[in-house]
Design a binder for this molecule. Structure first.
Ligand code: SAM
Length: 225
């Protein structure tokens, strides 16, 4: 499995690779109980969860928030690769939060906090609003909706890094949302993950987000910005 990381330019130490092995074993062991992922075959987990999560790592620094972290993607692989970062994982489902706490404990990861809650509510909490150098998310919602979940958490001068598939249409449809929320498209880097196109979209935060955002979830979904 180590060669998979090498192939994508991630040269891991033995300790980092051991952490991924341990993480895989925990996913495997707890998946039935916590209902974390449909991807279970070892090579698929390494490629589609672990390596995929690392594709955007170079854009992520400081204290970062993973919105809708699920089983810990992309944040925990990034934390294994870049142990000095501070990670906060926000997840709406209690069972997944329990799993995340288990992984953090077993892998002895420091400076990782698990918050059980919804993005559109936590983003109005003064302890979280515009407090992060970076917010990231993978497989949570389409970019106009995701921008409303994520950009309010980011400090002015920080960034929002979204993990997407083929993202051209989504980027076009999110232009007005990103502007309203105080963001600006910086770059979209494409990767070929063994035949699947993956895009890491980077949006910088130029202006503070109006307190009206994020709206209640029903409104966000019914009428995306
Ligand atoms: N990011 C992980 C990944 O890439 O494997 C999980 C993806 S899963 C399809 C989407 C996750 O986002 C679910 O665990 C769900 O509970 C969480 N989620 C969806 N909307 C959310 C919200 N508004 N606030 C917090 N978590 C949310």
């Amino acid at each position: 499995m180590k060669s998979l990381f090498d192939k994508f330019g991630f040269n891991l130490s033995e300790k980092q690779f051991a952490d991924f092995e341990n993480y895989y074993n925990l996913l495997n062991f707890y998946n039935a109980k916590f209902n974390i992922t449909a991807i279970t075959e070892k090579k698929e987990v390494y490629l589609k969860h672990f390596v995929d999560s690392l594709l955007g790592a170079k854009f992520i620094d400081g204290c970062f928030l993973d919105v809708g972290a699920g089983g810990g993607f992309p944040s925990l692989p990034i934390k294994i690769l870049k142990p000095k970062l501070n990670a906060v994982l926000l997840e709406a489902t209690g069972k997944k939060c329990e799993f995340l706490k288990e992984v953090v404990k077993e892998l002895k990861l420091d400076n990782v906090e698990i918050i059980c809650g919804r993005a559109e509510e936590k983003a109005h909490d003064k302890f979280f609003r515009e407090k992060f150098d970076c917010a990231t998310a993978r497989a949570v919602a389409a970019l106009p909706i995701l921008s409303e979940y994520c950009l309010p958490f980011v400090k002015v001068g920080g960034k929002f890094v979204a993990y997407k598939g083929d993202a051209e249409e989504e980027i076009n449809s999110a232009k007005s949302a990103v502007k309203i929320l105080g963001g600006k498209f910086e770059t979209a880097e494409k990767f070929d993950l063994d035949g699947n196109t993956r895009t890491v979209v980077v949006i910088s935060k130029e202006k503070s987000t109006d307190n009206a955002y994020p709206r209640a979830n029903a409104k966000i979904r019914k009428k995306p910005l």
